[in-house]
Design a protein. Sequence first.
Length: 401
Amino acid sequence: MSKKKMVVLGAGYAGLRTIKGLQKKNMDLDITLINKNSYHYEATQLHEVAAGTNPGEKISFEVKDVIDANKVNFIQDEVTKINHEANEVSLKSGKTVSYDYLVVALGFESESFGIKGVDEFGWPLVDIKTAEAAKEQLDKNLKNYQLSKDPKDLSVVVCGAGFTSIEYLGEITNRLPKLADKFNFPANEVKITCIEAMPKLLPMFSENLADYGVDVLKKRGVDFIVGTPIKEIKESSVVYEQEGELKEIEASTIVWTTGVRGSSVIGESGFEERRGRVMVESDLTVPGQPNVFMIGDVSAVMDEESGRPYPTTAQIAMAQADHVVDTMERKLAGQEPTAFKYNSLGTVASLGNNDAIGHTMNKDFKGYIASVMKKGIADKSLLQVGTPSVLLKKGRFDFYH
Ligand SMILES: Cc1cc2nc3c(=O)[nH]c(=O)nc-3n(C[C@H](O)[C@H](O)[C@H](O)COP(=O)(O)OP(=O)(O)OC[C@H]3O[C@@H](n4cnc5c(N)ncnc54)[C@H](O)[C@@H]3O)c2cc1C
């Protein structure tokens, strides 16, 4: 009997971790991985590329360095549609790939929330290319100030104050003195503004940690405008609403980090979804499609305790991948799948290279110790999706800055 075909879409945290698990277990499957690039990137470190702290190569590695070519067939192509009735995936090249089992792990995209001008003038951080483009835009404007003397070239607006925004603000404020030297502009005239619709900053952390994080960034010059929904992004300004009045702030660099959604391929393929995410069954399959797993940022898993879906993170994406591998082992052995259970190990947000805030093991951490923890987490995930050699090449061992 020929082997069953298992196809994994996406080589992010969820997809690559699944592949690692499948190849390690030596399952009797014909395994294919499809990813748009030849490389995996650490999406959790994109803010470093956007701020110019690290180049794209530092946070990425080749997929072929992780997969065992004897066990996994790798196709570099872009998925355009999943035809679930025909059990087939369509690719940009025009090819189709059929499957018996499918793991959809296509990750996240930027969410514009339908706000005018976001797609034209906002710089999102969703992959290496967009993070590099945001860096180039920032560098270009800071450099241009020498000629233009236009204050908006020294003005940066970060839209949203979620996890990505805070980490980007930490990184960019850390780098500012170096950038001022490089491009010869007065660092004290740079204006960095963060605009957030919600009234509370960093709600995922305790008040103590949130205050610490906001304080650090304020001391480095960030101006927070909160409780103020953004209404429009223009070429060099952001329009927001404050106490019923529309206000406008000028900036040549506008970074759009208000939120993300799951891949648009999900909606285009006709899955029942909300913002590119499918509410999955307890075994992480799509309702009514027991051969299709949906994991990582394209899935929504209900947290029974809070009554809301868990936030989408790399941490849960990798835990889901492990569950898929376990389920496949059970399925092939003729056993029933078990329900996915998630225990979060906590959250740590960086505030630049040597400062951070975090909550783990029921304790709050801040400052240098939290920044060491953050680097340790990134190193651990390099091992979870990569190899010891990838860790040695790409890991973060600069603990003593
Ligand atoms: C700046 C930042 C900081 C973050 N910090 C943390 C953190 O500290 N901790 C944490 O747990 N999470 C963090 N996150 C969230 C985390 O990065 C995501 O939850 C995680 O990347 C989701 O993993 P994934 O495998 O589902 O998707 P992704 O990592 O997005 O991977 C998806 C993969 O699919 C590929 N792909 C996409 N579309 C196609 C297509 N059509 N065809 C073929 N291939 C395709 C992509 O190229 C990519 O390789 C952070 C996110 C950002 C942006």
